[in-house]
Ligand binder design. Structure first.
Ligand code: NAD
Length: 363
């Protein structure tokens, strides 16, 4: 039964006519208050969510922790109490798709083991939510393409959690390369690794996307790509393992040499067997370096003409999430969109192929 009075019908008609005459947004948007901050739901409450992302979300200006998705009821209780998350914003992995009906949540941030990124990112996109996904974007090019398609089909944005691209000292070296501040780049070396002392974690399982390359190697690869500003055209890789009883079917150490179209060469290394964290770029008229180049804080560097790179950033994670939230709120391009994650995985697939034989592969 139509319960509208004639006066109300007239009013609605006037509003509709007025809105269309002035080219105003549709009524359903007018009815919603303007969003100043995006509500973020973290999916997977492991170490990174617990120790880095949730604390960072207490300091962000353009987004806040609105919800969680977890398979562990005890964690749900703890997080609910600690962060004041209402029951209606708490999901498990089965009920996650119901986020579609939750207006408190604008962004779903996937912080799960690497092999689960594609499935959960696609579910988040199908729920009509923007997707932030931890690095590496996924395990294969095919998965990355499916994630991009799901986000395009649902008209939502996809950002990858490559925090270094949001970090000011890293941004300075990216700028040096673009502006040829030390002449054209000639060669790059990037090494990221640490001694991983856990022995039975998903990072040691191939089926979960374990191994040093997916975990730390993507930082060396990213550095080679953002310092050269080019995409590699050939790859030569070697894989080795000191602890075969622990790293049964994944890489403990990977070295990979990349060749770029302009002739730039990059020597990259990653490992779960040794601690290393340095980036060095040689150019025609000088050099610059960052050490560490990838840690959560204290990124520092120097240049051949005596500059020190030591811009302070309180929280890389807060900066990353604020940059991404601001871009979404203002419909601006994301700094690290899904396409950037895909470009890495295309190279990672070639690195794994080359490591099987140690032979050079043209991409
Ligand atoms: P973690 O092992 O500490 O947490 C993983 C979470 O996934 C846990 O809460 C676990 O319960 C949950 N999970 C759900 N299903 C699972 C399953 N089948 N097997 C195992 N765990 C399951 O891992 P993490 O260090 O928090 O890493 C999570 C993601 O975040 C990874 O993709 C990793 O690459 C990324 N990460 C990024 C950074 C960064 O600096 N950007 C740092 C650390 C981790």
């Amino acid at each position: 039964m139509n319960q509208q009075t004639p006066a109300r019908r007239r009013f609605i008609k006037q509003v509709i006519l007025g809105a269309s005459a002035l080219a105003l947004p549709p009524l359903n948007i007018l009815a919603r208050p303007a969003r100043e901050r995006l509500g973020v739901a973290l999916v997977g409450l492991g170490r990174y969510s617990t120790h880095l992302l949730a604390p960072a979300l207490q300091r962000t200006k353009y987004c806040y922790l609105a919800g969680i998705v977890t398979g562990t009821p005890a964690k749900a209780e703890q997080w609910k109490r600690r962060y004041g998350i209402p029951d209606r914003n708490i999901y498990d992995y089965q009920s996650m798709d119901k986020i579609a009906d939750n207006p408190d949540i604008d962004v779903v941030y996937i912080v799960l083991p690497n092999a689960m990124h594609a499935e959960y990112a696609i579910r988040a996109a199908n729920a009509g939510k923007h997707v932030w996904c931890e690095k590496p974007m996924a395990l294969t090019v095919k998965e990355c393409e499916a994630m991009l398609k799901a986000c395009q089909d649902n008209k939502v944005k996809l950002a990858i959690g490559y925090r270094m691209q949001h970090e000011p000292n890293t941004q300075a070296v990216i700028r040096f390369g673009k502006e040829r501040a030390y002449g054209p780049v000639k060669s790059i070396s990037a090494a990221a690794g640490f001694y991983y002392n856990r022995t039975d974690h998903w990072r040691q399982k191939k089926s979960m996307g374990g191994g040093a390359m997916y975990d730390m190697g993507v930082y060396s690869l990213q550095a080679a790509r953002y310092c050269s500003g080019e995409e590699p055209i050939a790859v030569t890789a070697q894989q080795s393992t000191n602890r075969p009883e622990v790293f049964k079917d994944v890489d403990e150490t990977m070295t990979f040499d990349l060749e770029f179209p302009s002739g730039i060469k990059a020597h990259c290394k990653t490992s779960f067997a040794m601690s290393m964290n340095s980036l060095h770029v040689d150019c025609e008229k000088g050099w610059y370096q960052l050490e560490p180049f990838q840690k959560y804080s204290g990124i520092r560097g120097s240049t051949s003409d005596g500059k020190t790179l030591d811009a302070f950033l309180d929280s890389q994670q807060a900066r990353q999430m604020d940059d991404d939230a601001f871009a979404i709120l203002h419909n601006q391009p994301l700094l690290v969109p899904g396409e950037e994650g895909l470009r890495d995985i295309r190279v990672v697939e070639t690195i794994f192929s080359s490591a099987k034989t140690g032979r050079r592969i043209v991409i």
